[in-house]
Design a binder for this molecule. Structure first.
Ligand code: OFO
Length: 167
């Protein structure tokens, strides 16, 4: 059984993960309109992953005697300043999520909820990967700079990755 405090914190996290999914979905749509097909495929996939993160939390809350709440979501920005800005925002978003996960881990220790603490380790590991991925993308974009050919290849590489992931 989860305590009310932990249940509330997990429900807040459900909303955060769902919001991440929403933001990445808006970014995906923007990228698709820019004909950045690989970036769009990457972001659509990422949006799905965030939805899975929210669902995983919801299932856990209900399994542990709580009640998972479906959150209301704000409208994410429609337009982006550019591709660099998109990946900067992703990194910022992921760093924030890591901080939020860490504070729930901290709360679990204070509440002596070792079961939820154990469950959250999956999210701790996932956040390392999410931050690493966002940083790698940003590094690549920094290398490319204003080179249009480089951006074309970057996008094509992502399209290949998306096709492989769905194979
Ligand atoms: Fe759910 O990991 Fe990103 O936000």
């Amino acid at each position: 059984m989860v305590s009310k405090k932990v249940e509330n914190a997990l429900n807040t996290q459900v909303a955060k993960e769902a919001m991440s999914s929403q933001i990445y979905l808006a970014m995906a749509s923007w990228a698709e309109v820019q004909v950045l097909e690989g970036v769009a495929a990457f972001l659509y996939r990422h949006s799905e992953e965030e939805r899975m993160h929210a669902l995983k939390l919801m299932k856990y809350i209900n399994e542990r005697g709580g009640h998972a709440v479906v959150p209301a979501l704000a409208k994410p920005p429609k337009d982006m300043k550019g591709i660099m800005d998109v990946f900067k925002s992703i990194l910022q978003q992921e760093v924030e999520v890591t901080g939020e996960i860490n504070s729930i881990v901290d709360l679990c220790l204070k509440e002596k909820d070792y079961t939820t603490h154990n469950f959250l380790q999956w999210y701790v590991a996932e956040q390392i990967e999410e931050e690493r991925l966002a940083r790698t993308m940003l590094d690549k974009l920094n290398l490319i700079g204003g080179d249009k050919g480089g951006l074309y290849l970057f996008d094509r590489d992502l399209l290949g990755g998306a096709a492989r992931a769905h194979a």
